[in-house]
Write a protein that binds this ligand. Structure first.
Ligand code: FEO
Length: 392
């Protein structure tokens, strides 16, 4: 990524990583990601907001050198995760007079995995300010967006909100700014689903806080800068709100076809009622697509045969994912078959313990291949789902 001027004396100096295939060794990236870092030149002091992922530390060093930056006074650490803090030691070698400006929690986290010492930090309070000379930085603590240390930095004179991971997108096909082009939505939604969704409930507090700042731009630590902040704020309101689509996700695996028969029947009956069914094969799962559909689907149905009294291992991963991502689902259901005994219902319920506001529907489990009474039970399940969807 080239050096870009955002407004006078504020520059994007981060890096693009377009070939990175996975984030956290878990999430597939369709176009890689970016690690955004911003340089602010005040009349008196120079500050860098966040650094980059360590493989790109040489790149940022070269950029700063090419800009003729001989002195950095402050490196603002909005968040301690290594994709933003990892280059701190290297940059402090280059700019030894610089102080890391951050909160207590971020200091503790960064000192935990980087060779940094106490005297390299300046710890700030919520809403405290740092005057660079004509450029004033205000620090706004925003814990659990998405770690306990996360904070925003607001550049008051220019109205730019540096929002750390909040409003991010794993994207690289952008120049610098993003207008209201909807093509970013799948990337921003995938990012939201995997990183932000577990904390959706507290966004009811943070989104009005962001709106109250009335930023001219939102510059997150991944993806483009939004010059019409309302675009991304409104998307976050939609995704974190209680409105759900007339849609259900089914994650299914079958060994000998009995569970498949039940899935096919359930899908057909739901679709007859106008419900959109997003069916995922648990053996060949796209985690990103599943996470995105969990953002706004009303329900999740797990379809699994019983394997040694529990769920098939292929559905364990998506169940685990749903439990940790905490989508605001209205209901979860379970269908499947067993041969000689099952504890699958208890086990799946235990595995979804985080979904406290979600109704667990009566499971439909068939002994052997599904028979008339099992299809009757599936009809009742469809009626229940239909009733819930009517109330959406
Ligand atoms: Fe992009 Fe939580 O780091």
């Amino acid at each position: 990524m080239e050096i870009k001027e955002i407004v006078k004396d504020v520059y994007a100096v981060g890096s693009k990583d377009p070939h990175r295939p996975l984030f956290d060794q878990l999430m597939p990236l369709s176009e890689g990601t970016s690690y955004n870092s911003y340089l602010i030149k005040g009349n008196d002091k120079i500050a860098l907001i966040d650094t980059v992922y360590p493989p790109f530390e040489e790149e940022i060093e070269n950029k700063l050198k090419n800009m003729g930056i001989e002195r950095i006074d402050y490196i603002i650490a909005n968040h301690g995760e290594q994709d933003h803090s990892g280059a701190l030691p290297k940059l402090l070698e280059k700019y030894p007079m610089a102080k890391i400006v951050t909160n207590t929690k971020c200091k503790e986290i960064t000192m935990g995995f980087l060779p940094l010492s106490d005297d390299q930090y300046v710890v700030i309070d919520d809403r405290s300010e740092l005057d660079l000379g004509g450029k004033t930085l205000q620090f706004i603590f925003a814990p659990w967006v998405h770690w306990p240390d996360t904070m925003f930095t607001f550049l008051k004179e220019d109205g730019i909100l540096f929002s750390t991971d909040f409003f991010g997108a794993h994207a690289t096909n952008f120049d610098l700014f993003w207008e209201n082009d909807p093509s970013i939505i799948p990337l921003a939604k995938g990012y939201y689903a995997e990183i932000m969704m577990p904390f959706a409930r507290i966004f009811q507090k943070y989104l009005p806080m962001v709106e109250a700042l009335n930023p001219t731009m939102i510059a997150s630590s991944h993806g483009p800068i939004y010059r019409q902040p309302k675009f991304i704020i409104d998307l976050y309101k939609e995704w974190s709100g209680s409105h759900k689509k007339n849609q259900v996700v089914i994650v299914a695996v079958s060994m000998y076809g009995s569970t498949t028969q039940m899935v096919d029947y359930l899908k057909e009956q739901l679709e007859k009622q106008g419900v959109t069914v997003k069916l995922y094969d648990a053996v060949h799962l796209n985690m990103n697509a599943l996470a995105c559909d969990l953002v706004d689907s009303a329900g999740l149905i797990v379809a699994t045969p019983t394997v040694l009294t529990g769920p098939h291992p292929a559905v364990v991963e998506p169940i685990f994912l749903a439990n940790v991502l905490k989508p605001t689902l209205k209901y979860v259901g379970l269908i499947g078959s067993y041969s000689w005994g099952t504890m699958v219902a208890q086990k799946v319920k235990e595995m979804l313990g985080n979904l406290k506001d979600t109704t667990i529907l009566e499971p439909v489990l068939s002994k052997g291949t599904p028979k008339e009474q099992d299809f009757e039970a599936l009809n009742k399940l469809v009626e229940q789902i239909e009733q819930i969807h009517k109330e959406l």
